[in-house]
Design a protein around this ligand. Structure first.
Ligand code: NAP
Length: 284
């Protein structure tokens, strides 16, 4: 493997800008044909960081010409209300993509509710059938963050075939779908989680380490071998209103290439959500 430049160098912004440009062009073509591309984001929380994320998604959508409707439900909305809303949007021919934003009200289970999003509009791969299709090697929208990791690696020409990858985190939205995407690219994948006894021993063996946990500083220099590639998916709010990942970027950056937070996986995730929405609108 050609060793990429060391340091926090695996930025996602350039590839994200390319994807947004493709989205803008395709949205304009669809508009000329009478199709106004529309994404609906269902939100049932008063969480401030979620509100910030949804606003930035809506702004990014606006710049590409994709309409973004935020469907705000009460923070104590019952699962039935959420399910009915997702079913209504699934039936609405004006809506092409649907996202169910987390966190959800107490008692609501995201993977369960997302079953009400029709797979053709499931632009964040949240419906369990989308994950099943991904696992089976059938066409489906992958969760945007998982796909963003692979796009980031591709953008920096990191080879995957025959390489070893350690994915830290096994959530349905990131770790599990990412494991399938990396397997599809012929990587040898190990998935780690909170019960993995000696995490560093596993990650040190990997050519590519992906951290998707939500714990600042979890991945240190001791977890990474020289010349490895480290993708930091974690987004952790700091007390001063900033954002940090799961990787101790400075020390890890002395021996490996690291994706920055913010500016790595995040911009690609947003761009891919819009890309999926345009794909959904194109296939009607
Ligand atoms: P999650 O559902 O909470 O899953 C976290 C995973 O980390 C779990 O599988 C958990 O293991 C594992 N874990 C916890 N402590 C660990 C430890 N000490 N060692 C190894 N594994 C450990 O989180 P998520 O939704 O996947 O999100 C993960 C991170 O990515 C969060 O910071 C989130 O904010 C961020 N994120 C970023 C984007 C983006 O666009 N950049 C998008 C989505 C998520 P168990 O399964 O055993 O509990």
């Amino acid at each position: 493997m050609t060793a990429p430049a060391l340091g926090p160098s695996l930025t996602g912004s350039a590839r994200a800008a390319e994807i947004r440009a493709e989205v803008t062009a395709r949205t304009a073509e669809l508009a000329a044909g009478g199709v106004a591309v529309r994404l609906a984001v269902v939100v049932a929380t008063e969480d401030e960081s979620t509100a910030w994320y949804v606003r930035s998604l809506a702004r990014a959508a606006g710049k590409t010409g994709v309409a973004c409707d935020v469907v705000a439900l009460p923070a104590d909305a019952a699962p039935g209300m959420l399910r009915d809303t997702l079913a209504r949007l699934s039936d609405d021919p004006q809506v092409h993509g649907i996202i169910l934003q987390t966190p959800l009200p107490p008692g609501a289970v995201a993977a369960d509710l997302a079953g009400a999003i029709t797979p053709a509009k499931d632009v964040d791969g949240a419906n369990p059938s989308s994950l099943g299709r991904l696992a089976a090697g059938l066409p489906a929208f992958a969760p945007a963050t998982a796909e963003a990791v692979v796009q980031l690696l591709d953008a920096h020409e990191v080879p995957l075939r025959g390489r070893s990858a350690a994915v830290v985190g096994r959530s349905t939205v990131v770790g599990k779908p990412l494991a399938h995407l990396l397997l599809d690219r012929d990587a040898t994948v190990t998935v780690c989680h909170s019960r993995t006894p000696d995490l560093a021993a596993v990650t040190r063996r990997a050519d590519v380490v992906v951290a998707a946990v939500g714990r600042p500083g979890l991945i240190t220099a001791a977890h990474v071998r020289d010349g490895a590639v480290v993708v930091d998916v974690g987004t952790n709010a700091t007390e001063d209103g900033g954002l940090v990942g799961d990787v101790a970027a400075e020390e890890v950056g002395r021996k490996a290439a690291v994706s920055p937070v913010p500016g790595g996986v995040g911009p690609l995730t947003t761009a891919l959500l819009l890309h999926h929405t345009v794909q959904a609108a194109s296939s009607i």
